[in-house]
Design a protein around this ligand. Structure first.
Ligand code: 5GP
Length: 226
């Protein structure tokens, strides 16, 4: 806790989007282990589990009916359909984590990101861009987790998503993963230093007295030198 400033304790809400295959997952994983005070929201989805998915870690996997039941109950901050499946952000833990001072990351596609922008305009929106269409296609194919038609559908959607980049605050091109991670780290750390996070400046009490004292001391020293 600083003696000079009281800053908002509440963390920032960070929305990260980008086409499937842009490398969002890898970047976020690296961010979680390198920047303190960051928490990744776990989404709920009705899509089938893929190779490498861990239930309740990658997603909360539910059936389509269960998802629709949760929509009715109003548990989502936002939800969207993507490739014929539902994906949604449960809101309960997000508020809790933000209030506890964590920066909360939502890794969501663009329709969801735009809904969040309407609800929480001061959230921070970061778009992860692949270096080229060829490279994106290569990454989708090499991932080896989807059928050929799913890959094609993800690739088609990538084009539409890239066109929406100007709706975000930041864009990071993921050509080299370490460079992309450094850039996202820099964004998170800079956002924590924004002056609009200041609630109060304490220059009227103890700090002012200390300041006076230090000025006096300096003057006395100067006199002595002279
Ligand atoms: P995947 O099937 O590859 O895990 O995810 C497909 C897309 O859904 C990705 O672009 C991912 O960012 C997005 N997504 C994951 N969780 C959510 C969510 O809770 N809400 C929305 N709107 N999109 C999500």
């Amino acid at each position: 806790m600083s003696n000079i400033l009281k800053t908002r304790k509440k963390g920032n809400l960070i929305v990260i989007s980008g086409p499937s295959g842009a490398g969002k997952g890898t970047i976020i994983k690296s961010l979680l282990s390198s920047v303190e005070g960051v928490w990744l929201s776990i989404s709920m989805t009705s899509r089938e589990m893929r190779k490498g998915d861990i239930p309740d870690v990658s997603y909360y996997f539910v059936s389509k009916e269960e998802f629709e039941d949760r929509i009715e109950k109003g548990i989502f901050l936002e939800y969207a359909t993507y490739n014929g499946n539902y994906y949604g952000t449960p809101k309960d833990k997000i508020v809790e984590k933000l209030n506890a001072g964590f920066d909360v990351i939502l890794e969501i596609e663009i329709q969801g990101a735009l809904k969040v922008k309407e609800l929480i305009p001061d959230a921070i929106f970061i778009f992860i861009m692949p270096p080229s269409m060829r490279e994106l296609r290569k990454r989708l194919v090499n991932r080896g987790t989807d059928s050929a038609d799913k890959i094609l559908s993800r690739f088609r959607r990538a084009y539409q998503e890239i066109n929406e980049v100007t709706k975000y605050n930041y864009v990071v091109i993921n050509d080299e993963v370490e460079h992309a991670v450094s850039k996202v780290q820099a964004i998170l750390l800079s956002e924590r230093c924004r002056v609009d996070r200041i609630e109060e400046v304490y220059l009227n009490n103890e700090e002012e007295e200390i300041h006076e004292l230090l000025v006096d001391k300096e003057l006395n020293n100067e006199e002595r030198v002279i």
